[in-house]
Design a protein around this ligand. Structure first.
Ligand code: ADP
Ligand code: MG
Length: 428
């Protein structure tokens, strides 16, 4: 399959070539012709599968050279985070580099007036986070009455971040007659019902199962005592010469503290999380992408969607409470078919979190003990004993691990807990 057979214009084929894409990804191959036809889409696809081009290319194709005399917002893309908004906006500009149209990116934490000025001049495409978009709609600085296509990207993440009500409010501002495209990695019940009410006989697209991205990532667990994690991380960074390392920490405070401690050890590290100003977030990410910062310690806000070219290394300093977040975290590496490594520093008290992740992956993650960092409390390979859906940290698993090898296969026959979405509300 080549891009030439998908029905895209010569101008777009040229920019695809300039991007260096030789053939469409699975989601692109399936979604582009349907979107060109004007159909609604319900797409299940993991991170790193090329979703942005899957919707941006056909929508740009339809826009072609937008009428500069009467610009109106024809495409709205809703995304969960500011970084993602800025990245998707960039992608539209990239893919449409041989076309004439205007894109506006709307998110919080930056001046609304600058955004209003740009909107007044007229734009064709808006990429936005829910909070700031609603501000514009409430203030009537944005008119979506002539919208042609609505794209909801990373819908499950929107739900996790508590945006579902905002989305419903936004839908009231949109015309009934329009094309709707919904992209989500997972389909919890709230997303299913949103899809039912929003989409009009959608074409369903599902590209490979949950762990297709995970398959390309070399994963390993380093069992270690909780109190020695930082030391082990610093050791690996120095000894193994890790360069661009994205380290995930569960909490903002933890991310700050870890970055500071690494700095003290002479490692160039920066923190990235929702309590930083937007200017700080933008700079931290840019410096990291430009290889000016060696280590970026981030909360899960960086786990979705963010595309860092050739990121070789992801470290889980602690495991996420929601097993799906693990897949999103490690999906930051091994992008677009490249290789990558994901290392998780796991202490005995995280046994249940690890078990849930392995159950989701349907395979165990190999354990490797680092010399000099052998844990005093072993990481159990037995299924956790705790019952119910108490996902918050199980009581520490005592003893148990005699084999400590990847052979200790957990059993997968137990039903997974359904209640996995974390409802940590964050405004964007
Ligand atoms: P997703 O939204 O599914 O997480 P992105 O749209 O961010 O994925 O794309 C992931 C990466 O893959 C980006 O670096 C993008 O430039 C690259 N990419 C997308 N489509 C192709 C393609 N057809 N060939 C090669 N690389 C691609
Ligand atoms: Mg994406």
């Amino acid at each position: 399959m080549s891009f030439n057979n998908l029905g895209l214009s010569a101008a777009l084929l040229k920019s695809i070539q300039e991007k260096g894409y030789s053939k469409p990804s699975e989601i692109q191959e399936q979604a582009i012709p349907e979107i060109l036809k004007g159909n609604d889409i319900l797409a299940g696809a993991q991170t790193g599968t090329g979703k942005t081009a899957a919707f941006a290319l056909p929508l740009l194709n339809r826009l072609q050279n937008a009428e500069s005399k009467r610009r109106r917002v024809r495409v709205l893309v809703l995304v969960p985070t500011r970084e993602l908004a800025s990245q998707v906006g960039e992608s539209f500009r990239d893919y449409g580099s041989n076309l004439r149209f205007k894109t506006s990116t709307l998110y919080g934490g930056v001046s609304i007036n600058t955004q209003i000025d740009k909107l007044k001049k007229g734009v064709d495409i808006v990429v936005a986070t829910p909070g700031r978009l609603l501000d514009h709609l409430n203030q009537k600085t944005l008119n979506l009455s002539e919208l042609e296509t609505f794209v909801l990207d990373e819908a499950d993440r929107m739900l996790d971040m508590g945006f579902i009500r905002d989305i419903k409010k936004i839908l009231n501002y949109l015309p009934d007659e329009k094309q709707n495209l919904l992209f989500s990695a997972t389909f919890p019940k709230e997303i299913k019902s949103l899809a039912d009410s929003l989409l009009n006989s959608p074409k369903r697209i599902q590209v490979r199962s949950n762990n297709s991205t995970a398959d390309k990532v070399i994963q390993v667990v380093y069992p270690v005592d909780k109190s020695r994690k930082r030391e082990l991380l610093a050791h690996c960074i120095k000894e193994e010469g890790w360069f661009q390392v994205l380290v995930f920490s569960r909490t903002k405070h933890g991310a700050n503290k870890l970055a500071q401690q690494l700095n003290k050890e002479g490692i160039d590290a920066d923190a990235f999380h929702g309590n930083k100003s937007q200017a700080q977030r933008t700079r931290a990410l840019k410096d990291f992408k430009d290889s000016k910062t060696q280590v970026l310690v981030a909360t899960d806000i960086a786990a979705r969607g963010i595309d860092i070219n050739l990121l070789p290394q992801v470290v889980n300093f602690d495991l996420p409470y929601v097993p799906e977040d693990y897949i999103h975290r490690i999906g930051r590496t091994a992008r677009a078919g490249k290789e990558g490594k994901a290392i998780s520093l796991v202490s005995a008290d995280e046994h249940k979190l690890l078990f849930d992740i392995e159950k989701l992956l349907k395979s165990p993650i190999p354990r490797e003990t680092i010399e000099g960092f052998e844990p005093t409390q072993n990481l159990s390979t037995e299924p956790p004993k705790s019952k119910g859906n108490n996902r918050r940290r199980s009581s520490s698993a005592k003893g148990g691990d005699k084999t400590r090898s990847s052979k200790g296969r957990p059993s997968w026959n137990k039903k997974r807990n359904k209640n996995t979405s974390s409802k940590n509300k964050r405004r964007s």
